[in-house]
Design a protein around this ligand. Structure first.
Ligand code: FE
Ligand code: FE
Ligand code: FE
Length: 198
């Protein structure tokens, strides 16, 4: 099958280098690129999660953020191991997507009342947007690592993928257990209080 010409010699990325070492393929380059993307994202999250934690109304959500912060610290170390397996130094590359999601989380904090249950209901959704971005990235990275024959890297990435999925489920559980309900109630309470005062 013919592929579109890119103007470079076909297969030039998989030929032997002058030192006899196999040069990285285009797929491996893309894999490393995505690895840098998520490494940057996790580091941004190390700064953002504490801010989200401080904004929480309930202790329950605060604990969930706290636990995930500790997990995130371990995830960063795990990514550093994956870089090592790939024979590269760990480095981040600006990820516009996570910056946007974090920006949205911060605006949610600004738009909801401090100490309200609506604040927590909104923070949960903001946090789940983060988790879903991570799940998409780690899910893809696991598959690429398997394709590239990097089993150990795939296992490490899969461990983190599991943690992000667990966190997403945990957040759904917290929301459905009572926070969403309480948030709806608080609206009723505050509006009936306003009516009583009027
Ligand atoms: Fe993470
Ligand atoms: Fe990204
Ligand atoms: Fe996460």
């Amino acid at each position: 099958m013919a592929t579109k010409s890119t103007g470079t010699k076909a297969g030039s990325t998989t030929t032997q280098g002058s030192n006899g070492q196999k040069k990285e393929s285009l797929l491996e380059k893309f894999f490393l690129d995505q690895l840098k993307d998520i490494y940057y994202a996790e580091q941004q999250l190390l700064k953002a999660i504490p801010e989200m934690k401080t904004a929480c109304t309930t202790e329950e959500l605060e604990d969930a953020f706290d636990n995930h912060l500790k997990q995130t610290e371990r995830q960063v170390k795990r990514l550093e191991k994956v870089f090592e397996i790939m024979g590269k130094k760990a480095e981040g590359k600006k990820c516009e997507a996570i910056e946007g999601i974090i920006k949205e989380a911060k605006s949610i904090i600004g738009e909801t009342k401090k100490g309200s249950m609506t604040r927590d209901a909104a923070l949960i959704i903001a946090a789940q947007k983060v988790e879903h971005y991570e799940i998409a990235t780690y899910g893809g990275l696991v598959q690429l690592a398997i394709t590239l024959g990097k089993r150990n890297a795939a296992n490490l990435l899969d461990k983190t993928l599991g943690e992000e999925e667990d966190t997403d489920r945990m957040l759904t559980y917290i929301a459905e257990a009572h926070i969403n309900f309480d948030a709806e109630e608080e609206d009723v309470k505050s509006s009936s209080m306003a009516e009583a005062e009027a």
